[in-house]
Design a protein around this ligand. Structure first.
Ligand code: UD1
Ligand code: BG6
Length: 686
């Protein structure tokens, strides 16, 4: 939810046109995080050679409702109508940008970021997250004569910065630094946030800080510097040697990787100051994430840069029209990467095992737990639900399911003897993170399953597994879902250990995992068939999906995909509950998908099909290859035949046709596939 980005070129000549392009491209890469409004701030021309704030003209701010392209159009239109020259060159320049997913206030220019301290744009802020105590701060600022133009929680931040700056100047008459101002502002903020500050008073400088929401710094040196170490020396990185460089701040790596792979993942409580080509970091002592740091002192820290493991190709669409389409079709490859180095099979009859590097030291504790609790939201929750039966079967430990927000609402019991497993593609979902904090406070062993190295969940869990599915940009999660299931099946194998009674079962699953990418390749051939089905369903208002056992999750996830992107009401239903309500909906018009692939529940699902047919249900049955004639109640019933795999891996296969159906329905209905209405990929507020 919301993406923030900044670009600072130091001692390298860049035209305004170029700077704008870098900022817009950064926003395009982050657009999946929110896309109802956007904005940027850049310098006015006369700021370029004048660092005396008294005569520096205020930064230019552009804000627009709608997606990034609406902002781009409006900026170029405004530039044309004014004196702003796109060919102006800046040796050093600091620009900031934002793409929004509205929480406080409707999408409108006044609610878009950068938010400002007032006329003159003395302080400008872009923000991802939520300030929970903004009303109290607003009241105080109103009493001091400040006026507010937006309904956002963010607006208090630049105004507070101006208040702090003015007070410090009045009182001491001495020069207060940009970091001092921001540290003071941060002391008063509560909530989860990542912020970038730009100020008229500190031209060509930027400050980034965060608590809770993600933020990273990318560093690109434009001259080879053989001596440059990846550590911050004396709290300064890249000493102020005057050598040209470009610095990027971003909510995630997608917007940085095309410029540089050298990054610093900014940590909670850190204030990162970019000035004169140097970077210094101050950090609050005892920073507790969500709490205010009012009583803490700040100290300097040294940090090392890391190298991004992602490739630029991952964030391009390639020959596909949409990210969702690309991500569905790349599942054979993403699953292969998920399993790489983790499955061991030596010879045809010899040992087969699983090695999860991140868990090996914790397996004993997990096996001894009284209970395993899966915690997640949306698709990640569904993936855990798909893996639950095999984890119960192989580990013998009771497994319960928790939707993160519900666990928090109930303050449900979590004990020291529990293993809590947090499943999250982004690793930054607010509810899941808060549930993690809750479980940590209650003493449970906390395990993360996430796609994002360096994310809050990856960092704050005791141990975990990265699913390594590669960047997922379509808001509707597809390849992350299947990789999450595969990781959790591997987790079940690892926790289950090597008891003789389960040996054959374990080996069959491992063989199945090895072959899974091929089977996914096979099921992807249903693409055209799913498009044809989508054409039949294009005008429907509603769709039901029935599943049970391993495929209850498939029903929920298939329905969620259709709902999210095709904007069609769709419900996943546990087939065992059919007679307890859903049957009332059945008639000859409502389309119903029944997942009836071969597993222990097959005969029960055959009976469900018969009962729905008896009520003239309009059925679409998903069955294992070769079963069409035995499941189809009559010739009018449409059948989707999928390859059969081990029962616990079948949800990976079965979800693919439903992903394809959701995709084609969306395109045919003319909706935005990658950026569905009102949704955002990572939900970093509650
Ligand atoms: C790790 C390396 C991988 C390398 C491999 C070779 C990383 C990120 N992974 O992979 O590049 O090829 O060793 O030995 O450097 N973790 C959590 N919470 C989470 C996810 C992970 O605490 O939510 C921890 C794990 O416990 C582990 C570390 O992060 O300590 C890396 O996890 P993972 O990438 O899954 O480990 P490997 O597969 O061993
Ligand atoms: C949002 C996304 O709702 O958050 C979903 O749109 C996602 O795709 C859910 O499943 C949970 O996100 P995460 O990152 O915790 O898996």
């Amino acid at each position: 939810m919301c993406g923030i980005f900044a670009y600072l070129n130091y001692n390298v000549d860049r035209e305004r046109r170029y700077i704008l392009q870098v900022l817009f491209n950064g926003l395009r890469r982050l657009e999946y995080r929110g896309y109802d409004s956007a904005g940027i701030a850049i310098d006015d021309s006369s700021a370029k050679c004048n660092s005396n704030s008294n005569s520096t003209p205020p930064p230019l701010v552009f804000r627009q409702e709608g997606n990034i392209e609406s902002l781009v159009k409006s900026v170029y239109k405004e530039v044309e109508e004014t004196e702003v020259n796109l060919e102006d060159r800046f040796g050093t320049h600091a620009g900031i940008a934002h793409t929004r997913w509205a929480t406080h206030g409707e999408p409108a220019p006044r609610n878009s970021h950068p938010q400002t301290s007032g006329p003159g744009n003395e302080f400008l802020v872009v923000h991802n997250g939520v300030i929970t105590n903004y009303e109290v701060l607003k009241e105080t600022l109103l009493r001091h004569g400040y006026t507010f133009e937006s309904e956002t929680d963010t607006e208090v931040i630049p105004k507070l910065a101006k208040f702090v700056y003015d007070k410090a100047n009045e009182a001491a008459g001495e020069v207060v630094t940009f970091s001092q101002v921001v540290l003071e502002v941060m002391r008063h903020l509560e909530g989860a946030y990542a912020l970038i500050f730009k100020s008229l008073h500190y031209p060509n400088e930027l400050i980034a800080c965060k608590r809770g929401s993600p933020l990273l710094l990318g560093v690109k040196e434009l001259t080879e510097n053989k001596d440059s170490s990846s550590a911050f020396e004396d709290n300064k990185f890249l000493s102020k040697d005057g050598k040209p460089k470009e610095l990027f701040l971003s909510s995630d790596a997608n917007a940085v990787v095309e410029h540089t792979k050298k990054v610093l993942v900014i940590e909670d409580g850190e204030v990162v100051h970019l000035k004169d080509g140097g970077v210094s970091i101050l950090k609050f002592e005892n920073d507790k994430g969500e709490h205010r740091a009012s009583l803490s002192r700040a100290f300097s820290v040294r940090r090392a840069l890391s190298v991004l493991e992602m490739e630029v190709e991952q964030i391009n669409k390639g020959h596909y029209e949409h990210y969702m389409q690309k991500e569905i079709h790349e599942q054979p490859e993403s699953l292969t990467t998920t399993m790489r180095g983790r499955l061991i099979r030596r010879g045809s009859n010899i040992s087969k095992s699983v090695l999860l590097g991140g868990l090996k030291d914790h397996l004993k504790t997990i096996r001894r737990s009284r209970r395993i609790v899966f915690i997640g939201c949306g698709t990640s929750y569904n993936a855990a639900l798909a893996a639950r039966p095999i984890l119960e079967e192989l580990s013998g430990v009771p497994v319960t399911m928790e939707i993160a927000s519900d666990l928090l609402d109930r303050e449900g019991p979590i004990y020291r003897e529990d293993t809590a497993i947090f499943v999250s593609q982004s690793g930054e979902t607010a509810d899941t993170l808060l549930a993690l904090q809750y479980a940590l406070d209650n003493g449970a062993l906390c395990v993360g399953i996430t796609n994002t190295v360096g994310s809050a969940i990856a960092r704050n869990t005791h141990c975990g597994v990265h699913i390594n599915a590669g960047a997922e940009i379509g808001v509707a999660s597809t390849k992350a879902y299947t990789s999450q299931i595969v990781v959790m099946v591997m987790l079940a194998l690892a926790i289950g250990g090597d008891t003789i009674s389960y040996q054959a079962r374990r080996e069959a699953i491992i063989d199945g995992l090895f072959d899974l990418p091929n089977k996914v390749r096979e099921v992807l051939k249903l693409d055209q068939e799913m498009k044809d089905l989508a054409k039949q369903l294009i005008a429907e208002q509603s769709l039901l999906v029935f599943g049970r056992g391993y495929n209850y999750a498939t029903a929920l996830e298939g329905a969620l995909k259709v709902k999210e992107v095709a904007l069609m009401h769709s419900e996943g239903i546990l087939a065992g509950e059919m007679k307890h309500g859903p049957l009332a909906l059945v008639d000859e018009n409502l389309p119903i998908v029944v997942v009836a692939t071969r597993d222990a529940c097959f005969s029960k699902q055959q009976s469900v099909i018969q009962q729905l047919h008896a009520r003239k249900g309009r059925l679409i049955v998903m069955c294992s290859k070769g079963d069409a004639s035995s499941v189809r109640p009559n010739e009018n019933c449409r059948v989707i035949e999928v390859p059969q795999v081990e029962d616990c891996l079948q949800p990976v296969i079965n979800v693919v046709p439903l992903q394809l159906l959701a995709y084609h329905l969306t395109v045919l209905r003319g909706y935005n596939v990658d950026q569905p209405r009102n949704l955002a990929k990572s939900v970093t507020t509650q």
